[in-house]
Ligand binder design. Sequence first.
Ligand SMILES: [Zn+2]
Ligand SMILES: [Zn+2]
Length: 787
Amino acid sequence: MTSSLIPHPSSLTLHSSSEAVGLRIHITGVVQGVGFRPFVYGLAQRYGLTGWVCNTSSGVDIEADGSAQALSDFATALRAELPPLACIDSFDAAPCPADSYTAFDIRASRAEPGAFQPISPDVAVCADCLRELFDPADRRYRYPFINCTNCGPRFTIIRDIPYDRPLTTMASFPLCPDCAAEYGDPLDRRFHAQPVACPVCGPRLWLERPGDDEEVAAGDDAVAATRTLLRAGAIVAVKGLGGFHLACDATDAAAVDALRRRKLRVGKPFAVMLPDLAAARRHCALSAAEEALLTSPARPIVVARRRPDSTIAAATAPGQTTIGIMLPYTPLHHLLLERAPDFPEALVMTSGNLSEEPIAFTNAAARERLGRLADAFLLHNRDIYTRCDDSVMRVLPGGDAVVPLRRSRGYAPYPVRLPRPGPALLATGAELKNTFCLTRGDYAFLSHHIGDLENYETLVAFEEGVAHMERLFRVRPEALAYDLHPDYLATRYALERAGREGLPAVGVQHHHAHIAAGMAEHGLPLDARVIGVAFDGTGYGDDGAIWGGEFLLASYGDYERAAHLRYVPLPGGDRAVREPWRVALAWLTTTGLPWDDDLPSVAHARALRPDAPAALAQQIARGINSPPTSSMGRLFDAAAALAGLRQTVTYEAQAAIEFEAAVDNDETAAYPFDYANGIIDPAPLWAALLADRRARLPLSRLAARFHNGVAHMTRDVCRHLRADHGLDGVVLSGGVWQNMTLLRATLALLAADGFTVYSHRLVPSNDGGLALGQAAVATATRMRGEG
Ligand SMILES: [Zn+2]
Ligand SMILES: [Zn+2]
């Protein structure tokens, strides 16, 4: 991270040569719990300085005495040689008179009321700890909770700040003399490593059966017994860093099918964990950027292209050419996946929950809720304070840009910097893939993944998450921001709380929030105005319609809807989302195209019930439960249905995901759209798609022509808006932009046309990034309101 607050060393005007002078430094950022003080201590030794370093509630303070040259070198090294997990946001240095220190000390932490600092996300086990884990001579040999200042749990075990052991879930494990010695030695890798532990004093592991609290095995025997079960095709609930996984042999089709049945998950892909990079390369075609992401300290799930000869069961990711893979990130994972000739090379590691409930993270909840899903539980007694799902990332094909799909473990709650400090706010996010966002100063703390706010359990997780992060970052919101959809639980929470606490509440239109999220993460200035292309499935529009194919002229504080996809009725509302054939036939009706009997969507309807097509025609004609929509997600669904790909879906965006997987990348033709007076009409697209189908062109070419068509249309409408309004910055946001084929094609077309394009790199383009945009809009609105 760069910061204008960091002075160049030459700007530190200190007295000349060998005379001792002083330097006082205040550093903010992620500088606690990451080995920063030992690092400072080591540098002070190297340059022969005296003085002290101290954690405060707002960062790290240093006072150092020495020669001007030594101090200058010290200040340079501080920034150049940062410990792997540290991240400096601001660095303020000022000369001061030399004191009479005789040594360099690490002083006790100082708490300042109300002060706060960013908290490190959880970090994958480091190479040093891994070496010790498999070293028979090490006292932590095969100990599944080994960690040090450079790795291990952070956010998930922290109850409060400052980040000290008594305020984490490690408080119940008093240090043994050996661990205490390491913890207290400034030159040790475990100096002040709060979760430090060993087999003598730390957490323990055991295996039990559902409905029976008796331990079947403990410690390394529990790992061995778990591996025996997995080898035999069993499903085991494994307690991890931020919650439970359900694990099974990913190369065993019967085991994967059983997991699908028990989890009530029909088609959605499962994530797979592989023991190492060599295995990942064998199952997926990986770019250098994908390998870097897989092995990064955050260890996200990376959606990568699956090799045709991979032995991972097809049922792991049905209908897809990609698969979400990750590498082990805890010592326990490394033990569990340790290579052996007869042990599966890939394990399904999917979130431990039933259907759409939040992921289980306590032993009690796992026993209660996962009992019917798992054949055994691999448990431990290090409590998880905050549940945190695995993050999911992609790399833009043909480049190295990271595209976040879900930002959670390993990233949250690391803040995004806002373009300027504003009032403290809480933005409550959307309904699906909910995250919320707290702001303080110019920090925007986007939460971990909460999930789909559609049930009581998830609402409780949301409320607990909000309370926890307000405490951690010492934020009392002065205003709330919410989505305009009146039925979202996040909206109701915001309005009820605003009423109860007498706080102002700012309603933010869904697609405006998407575009503002893109602007904020790219640090666009306060007076920026862009063409915002917001493509998604569903967002509540100003006119009560369901928007989702929108071109906005947007600043942080305002927007104007400049163009949108033509409205089509959505017969059956939510039902039409699960049954794309309905949207397909609605589009044909709107366009005036006949429902020919040979069309797959018509055939599907007739197969359901002979009078189903007539009933749907009536529903559309009379407008019964048929809200108008300009949704781009539904346009993809309708195209996939008319192309014959699928007529119903089992999870959101399934048709679009499979349509993308079908694309023939060598096809260059594009289906046309009409555009006039701000209305984008796909009428010519439907005519061309149906003609291609009748000409028996393969699905792969229809899919490609559709994707190319949407990309060309986007470029063309942006051209119109640039000509009319003089804007050439374009922000692409909304869940549809997680379609890599569409994103890549559109980025290329817009760049070739001279546009400056901003697409998401830090937060997801889907509703998982929405709260950041809500916060950015509400900040602008509040600042304006206050003059
Ligand atoms: Zn380590
Ligand atoms: Zn110990």
